[in-house]
Structure formats: C-alpha cells, structure tokens
Design a protein around this ligand. Structure first.
Ligand code: UGA
Length: 437
C-alpha cells in the first residue's frame, strides 16, 4: 500500500516511519525544504527516543522517503494522511485549521483513482465534513473518502504507543474506507490492538475527550495535593489508594506543577471553545483550564515560601525545563511561567535540562544555563525540580547539599523521599506531602 503523509512534523514523521516499518511504502511530504533535506541526510528535526534508527532502517530498505512534491506523491498513492499542525488560534483559543484546509485543497488537485484522505491532525468536530466539502468543490470528479483517525501518541514514548496502541479509532462515513483502513492497520491488529470503527464526528470528538479527561485527572489530583498539604496527608498514597480501584485506574494521577505540552493545553482550549460556540458549554473543562493556569503561579509562590518569603536577589537552581522528560519540547511547559514569575520577583535563575536547553533558550533567553546538575546547584539558595528526567532521580544528595548555599529543595514532581531528605537535614518541599510540614 502506498501512503503519503502531508506534514513531516512530530505526528507525521513518527506515524509514517512506523507504518513504513510495518511494510508499507511511505512518503512524508513537507513544504519546508530544509526539513526535507535534513531528513534525507538522516538528520531528525525532533528528539524522540529510537526514531533516528527507525528512520534510517526504513530509508535504507527503501520503504520510507521524503519529498516536497505533494502533487506527484498524491497522484500515485492509495492513502493520504493529513498530519499538519493545528495550533491554538490567537485570541479565541480555537484550533487554527488553515494548514489542514490548505492541505485538503492541494490534495484535491492531484487525486487520481480512489484515494482515502485521512485526518490525523487533532481537529475539531466537523472538520472532516469541511475537508470533504473542500475537496469536492475543488474537484467534483474526484473519487475519495475522508476518514478521521486521531492519534494517541505520547512524546517520548511515541514509537511504542504507535506500535502497541491501546486502541485505533477510525471514523468513517463511506464503507469503502473501512476496507482500506483495515489494510493499513492489519499489522497492528495482529498485535491485538482493537480497532474502533465509528462515525467521523464521533472519532474527532474521541480525541478531544480523551485528552480532556486525562487533563482533568491530573487537575483533580493536583487539587487533592493542595488539600493534602492543608490537612497533613500524602497525595502519593491518596493517588495509589484511589488508583488501585480499577474503575479509577492508577495512571495520570501524579501530582505536579500542572500539565503542559503541545496537546493538553491546546486541546482543552479548543474543546471548550467548540462547546461554547455550539451552545453546550463544557464547564468542567473550562474549570480545568483555569485551575491549571493558576497552578503555575501557585508553584512560584510555593518556591518563594520555601525561600522564607522572598526570592529577591536569591539564586534559584532549576532542574528540568521541558514539559515532561524524554523530549526537547518546551511548548507550554510549566517551567516557563514558574521561572518567569520567579524572575519577576527578583530571583536569579540558573537552569539545567538534559535535552531541552536549546529550545529553552528561545523562550527563556535571560536566565543562565548550566551544563550539568551539580554546576546548576552550586551556590544556589534553593534547588527546584520541575521535570522528572531520570538523571535527576539518583543525584548524589550529600554532594548537592554541600553545593547549595541553603539546603532547600522544592521537588515539584515528588521524585525524592521526604524521610530521606529530612534525615540529611535538607528542607524539602514536595507536592501534596502534607504530613512532613
Ligand atoms: C498527550 C496524551 O497523553 C497522548 O495520548 C496524546 O496523543 C497526545 O497528548 C496528543 O494529543 O498528541 P503528551 O502531550 O506527549 O501526550 O504528554 P503526556 O505524557 O500526556 O503529559 C502531558 C502533561 O501532563 C505533561 O506536562 C506531564 O508532566 C503532565 N502529567 C502527566 C502530570 O502532571 N501528571 C500525570 O500523572 C501525567
């Protein structure tokens, strides 16, 4: 089967490469020539564990290639995935669909023979209908079907998530599409991944509902963490205690500095906006968005309190800047708001991140960057852990304490054990670990 991905960004590149690895013939098309050139030379523009090897293997075996010529690729393919960006629109927070619609128009001009057009980008309900209308307007004679096939990849674990998904969701309006979709995902169904066929609008909503639910779960446990601090309880045990109930589940119950990244903040805003426009407000999601926004400022206050009420003229060492580990992605990372608030309050911030420093310099240009965690801590008045990279889990705590000017650690991901910190004479502030305060 010959498959084209429009957009060689995160989703297109990972999904395209994985489908090539399953034996399909895949071309990833992007209009950014420098990106396509880099990919052709084996340089991967994003950090995703294992992706460089997988791309190299499939390029070498001639199942995967890169191109800027969308027309040529579409004319000869059976399936074209739209995997372009849908950033938040300035002003109303709605998803900006201009790239999706531009791709649909361009695809329409080149369709030859029955072609499946699949929206992989996260798009609001009804976008599939609009894509279909655009293609039909542009080329009334074209033989095609538009399918919604949202992705559920997590950055940092995207290859595993693609190859062993919990489910594949496919929204169709045309029965011919089912056969082609079955063919695309046959290798995955051999891994026993359930394929859920549904209507197109439902598939589009499933994507937003999944992300909004996970964001709600995180926000719920973050509120419980505040309550734990107030009443002297431990949120880690609360999460375990409720999570062992299968109806609740243990995942996505880690209290922290609030959710960030390229998906949850954008998708919750877009869902809330769709709901508002349609006259069926999603009040819970509105609340989740607002609580999560407040949380970052609240974390800065927590750090100020740990420093005795002021950070004016103090040096704060920050470990971890990306929105989560195993990515270099800084998009909507809580670290941005937390650090900006600290700087506003007069602190001098020195930070370390294993992979994210280059991206971080673009959004946080005025802070200092250290090459390794101990250099980051040296002479600082407090150490703040914002992102739980593995390398921070086994740091030499005696050395850290000796390096810090004040033995203060704010652990916004609950990586360390409060009892151990107390034993070492470190003033330790976790999230929702009330009994030790
Ligand atoms: C998320 C979803 O998990 C994927 O299923 C989805 O495909 C993807 O969005 C998308 O829409 O493309 P991702 O943004 O890569 O994936 O990251 P997550 O691992 O979900 O984490 C998101 C944020 O929530 C991070 O800031 C993370 O630190 C935070 N988080 C996560 C918590 O604070 N606590 C938790 O228990 C889990």
């Amino acid at each position: 089967m010959r498959i084209v991905f429009v957009g060689a960004g995160y989703v297109g590149l990972v999904s395209g490469t994985c489908l090539a690895d399953f034996g399909h013939d895949v071309v990833c098309v992007d209009n950014d020539e420098s990106k396509v050139d880099a990919l052709r030379q084996g340089r991967i523009p994003i950090y995703e564990p294992g992706l460089d090897d997988l791309v190299a293997r499939n390029v070498q075996q001639k199942r995967l290639s890169f191109s800027t010529d969308l027309g040529e690729c579409v004319r000869t393919c059976d399936v074209v995935f739209i995997a372009v960006g849908t950033p938040s629109r300035r002003g109303d927070g709605h998803a900006d669909l201009s790239y999706v619609y531009a791709a649909a128009r361009e695809i329409a001009r080149h369709i030859e023979g029955f072609t499946l057009v699949v929206t992989k980008s996260t798009v609001p309900v009804g976008t599939g209908d609009e894509v279909e209308r655009i293609i039909r307007d542009e080329r009334p004679d074209a033989d095609f079907a538009v399918v919604s096939n949202p992705e559920f990849l997590r950055e940092g674990a995207a290859i595993e998530d693609f190859k062993r998904p919990d489910r594949i969701v496919i929204g169709i309006e045309d029965e011919r599409a089912r056969e082609v979709a079955n063919e695309i995902y046959r290798p995955l169904s051999l891994n026993q991944a359930p394929i859920l066929y549904t209507r197109r609008r439902t598939a589009e909503l499933i994507k937003y509902a999944a992300n909004a639910f996970l964001a709600t779960k995180i926000t719920f446990i973050n509120e419980m963490a505040d309550l734990c601090e107030a009443v002297g309880a431990d949120v880690q045990d609360v999460a375990r205690g409720i999570g062992l109930d299968n109806r609740i589940g243990r995942k996505f119950l880690h209290a922290g500095p609030g959710f960030g990244g390229s998906c949850f903040p954008k998708d919750t805003r877009a869902l809330a906006e769709t709901a508002r426009q349609i006259g069926s407000p999603a009040r819970l999601i509105d609340m989740v968005i607002s609580i999560n926004e407040d949380r970052k400022r609240q974390m800065a206050e927590k750090i100020v309190a740990a420093c005795g009420g002021s950070v004016e003229g103090r040096t704060i060492a920050v470990l971890g800047l990306t929105f989560k580990p195993n990515t270099d992605d800084m998009r909507e990372s809580p670290s941005i708001d937390i650090i900006s608030a600290l700087v506003e309050k007069g602190a001098k911030v020195r930070a370390h991140d294993p992979e994210g420093a280059e991206q971080a310099r673009k959004v946080l240009p005025d802070i200092e960057y250290a090459d390794e965690p101990y250099a980051c801590a040296a002479g600082a008045d407090a150490l703040v852990l914002i992102t739980e990279w593995d390398v921070y889990r086994a740091l030499d705590l005696t050395r850290l304490k000796d390096l810090l000017a004040q033995p203060v650690i704010c652990d916004l991901r609950n990586v360390y054990k409060p009892a151990e910190m107390a034993r070492r004479g470190i003033r330790y502030y976790g999230v929702g670990r009330g009994e030790l305060r």
